[in-house]
Design a protein around this ligand. Structure first.
Ligand code: C5P
Length: 232
């Protein structure tokens, strides 16, 4: 899979999601389904979006004991999603078990990427709540290296970290980056952002874009602008 724009479909119902996706009559964007939509609508929403011809990143961020993660990943693999994810903090044995669970009998499997430290976690909370005392940038890189050691395909990270992740883990190790905004756009609750063109420049493999597309006056035009800046 090459560079692509993934739309974060952060909706609470199938109805809202399909009225949004129905706007796209000429293209089939790559779609991210997160916990909100998945918990609301279950696997049926994944099957229906897949049936409509979209690629799917199922963003469920698993974190549990290896055996549970392995069996749950096998379920997602049967759903035929394209990318799924987990927390690298679940440790290397958990990530290895996840890969085993994802791999189908014929050897194929969805891509598996890891969340390192959530961008909502800052140095202070990492130290006070989690008792991790290394600099957060080093922790992110260490978790990315663990994901690589476990055989995963990449990480979700800030576009500002993408270059360093590629330096540490190789250029084929995928960086999937949210926190993308148009140059003149609203930041919303995102703090450290890049434009699609800047994300391309620093080597992100996929950008995850939500509100700049979903809340745009013309979502299809906003999506096309992302593709033009990031992919073309
Ligand atoms: O609307 P916006 O473009 O900010 O949406 C970004 C999407 O990426 C949301 O679904 C959000 O949950 C997700 N995300 C993020 N930052 C992370 C991980 C995921 O913004 N570190």
């Amino acid at each position: 899979m090459g560079k692509d724009v993934i739309i974060a479909c952060d909706y609470a119902s199938a109805q809202q999601t399909f009225s949004f996706l129905d706007l796209f009559t000429e293209e089939k964007p790559f779609v991210k389904i997160g916990m909100e939509l998945f918990y609301a609508e279950g696997p049926a929403i994944v099957r229906e979006i897949k049936r409509r011809g979209h690629k799917i990143f199922l963003d469920l961020k698993m974190h549990d004991i290896p055996n549970t993660v392995k069996k749950s990943m096998a379920v997602l693999s049967n759903l035929d999603v394209d990318i799924c994810n987990l927390h690298a903090s679940g440790t290397i044995p958990m990530m290895e078990a996840a890969l085993k669970g994802l791999t189908r009998q014929d050897g194929t499997r969805p891509l598996l990427i890891a969340v390192t430290q959530l961008t909502s976690t800052d140095q202070q909370h990492m130290e006070d709540d989690l008792w991790i005392h290394a600099p957060i940038a080093d922790v992110v890189m260490h978790y990315a290296e663990n994901a690589k050691k476990a055989g995963l395909d990449g990480v979700v990270c800030s576009p500002l970290e993408a270059q360093k992740v590629h330096d540490c883990c190789g250029k084929d190790f995928l960086t999937v980056t949210p926190g993308v905004r148009f140059a003149e756009g609203e930041l919303g609750d995102q703090k450290r952002v890049m434009t699609p063109a800047q994300a391309k420049e620093i080597g992100s493999d996929y950008i995850v874009v939500g509100r700049p597309i979903t809340a745009a006056e013309d979502p299809v035009a906003a999506y096309r602008r992302c593709v033009k800046e990031f992919v073309d």
